[in-house]
Design a protein around this ligand. Structure first.
Ligand code: 5GP
Ligand code: ZN
Length: 113
């Protein structure tokens, strides 16, 4: 299995995992771009946010439940946070396994670069 996030889900490579349920895993980004930088991924390999399986498997429900849980647990709700899913080369996607970034802990500029 070559996908790095599939390997993290399978515990084949280490990660700082802070959330897991039947469908989703959340872990800290190895190269954080903010004081809090967490990745939320489905356990199933789906390439990106616009893939048909996202709706077919109701992954949005599972992922957004996890994001709510993680942001509550990490105390991010009062200060605010950003959720981003990059898609494709132009969108800045570098890992082809659906993931949502949770960013927090500093002032986040808008529009993003
Ligand atoms: P993308 O650029 O696809 O939106 O985001 C991929 C993210 O995955 C990047 O922020 C990158 O730092 C992170 N990443 C890549 N490989 C690993 C890894 O092996 N472990 C962890 N924890 N994060 C990774
Ligand atoms: Zn994968």
């Amino acid at each position: 299995m070559s996908c790095v996030f599939c390997r993290i889900v399978a515990r084949e490579i280490p990660a700082s995992i802070l959330y897991e349920d039947d469908h989703v895993v959340g872990f800290r980004d190895v190269n954080p771009v903010a004081p809090v930088h967490i990745l939320v991924v489905p356990k199933v390999h789906v390439p990106r946010v616009d893939a048909p399986e996202v709706c077919e498997l109701k992954l949005g429900d599972h992922i957004f439940r996890a994001i709510g849980d993680i942001t509550r647990r990490e105390g991010l709700q009062e200060g605010g946070f950003r959720v981003v899913s990059n898609a494709g080369k132009g969108g800045g996607q570098t890992v082809d396994h659906l993931h949502f970034h949770i960013l927090a802990g500093r002032s986040l500029a808008w529009p993003p670069g």
